[in-house]
Design a protein around this ligand. Sequence first.
Ligand code: NDP
Ligand code: 8X3
Length: 252
Amino acid sequence: MSKIILITGASSGFGKAIAEKFAAGGWNMILTARRKEKLEAVALEIEKKYGVKTLSLVFDVQDKKAVFENLTNLPSQWQAIDILVNNAGLALGRDSFENANMEDWETMIDTNVKGLLYTSKAVLPYLIKQQGHIINIGSTAGKEVYKDGNVYCATKHAVDAITKAQRIDLLQYKIKVTAIHPGAVETDFSLVRFKGDANKAAAVYAGYEPLKAEDIADTAWYVANVAKHVCINDVIMTCVAQANSVYLHKDA
Ligand code: NDP
Ligand code: 8X3
């Protein structure tokens, strides 16, 4: 029987690439995001290309009620979830603490931290039954704080801490918990961060070769496919031009 992976934030970027990677490996998948059209286009393409089954669920991970309504009463054929990928997330703005927008702070906290908590809690009963695996998408921003990264960095530090807490508390259920912490990856991430300013977004990735969403998908596939008795706890990955969230070498 095919395995089932649930991926949040599957309408673009890492989530879409992870969906494609696991579909190529024959996994069925529950895909979630807010943008219905984009999400359904990803699902349709995957079904056509790989012949796997998909279930698209459109909701905002910030909305606790919507998360629980969508995820706690899944159709019976979708309940045997083997892997949850907590990927939905965003940065908004890159401003010094005194200038930063507090609504942006709230959205990042509500999405990257509370959304991950709600989703994990809603899906956990299924994961316990399957002795499943949680893969949280953190960031190098969750390992070192960088200038003007304040609350985005704080949310990813929280993801790091929550990952450790989940691994400890869920030991008794034999649930694997892994965090993948990437550095700069060229996706829509910076376009979202800079609120549609394509020039500012492009400048983030100029002068070096950043990671691609497919690199993160390859890592997710790797950590999901090690031997049953092995849990990869933490992966920090950057492109060769980057050492950590502070040091990035750009060609002149
Ligand atoms: P994208 O902007 O391409 O993808 C973000 C995904 O998250 C989209 O599918 C979006 O879907 C979804 N999402 C955002 N907010 C919500 C919400 N409130 N409810 C439900 N879904 C939501 O960026 P990436 O693929 O790069 O980002 C994915 C994750 O990786 C994020 O957690 C990000 O912080 C992290 N990351 C990114 C790095 C990078 O350099 N790109 C590096 C390290 C970590 P929709 O808008 O349709 O809801
Ligand atoms: C995304 C990478 O460097 O913008 O988490 O924080 S960075």
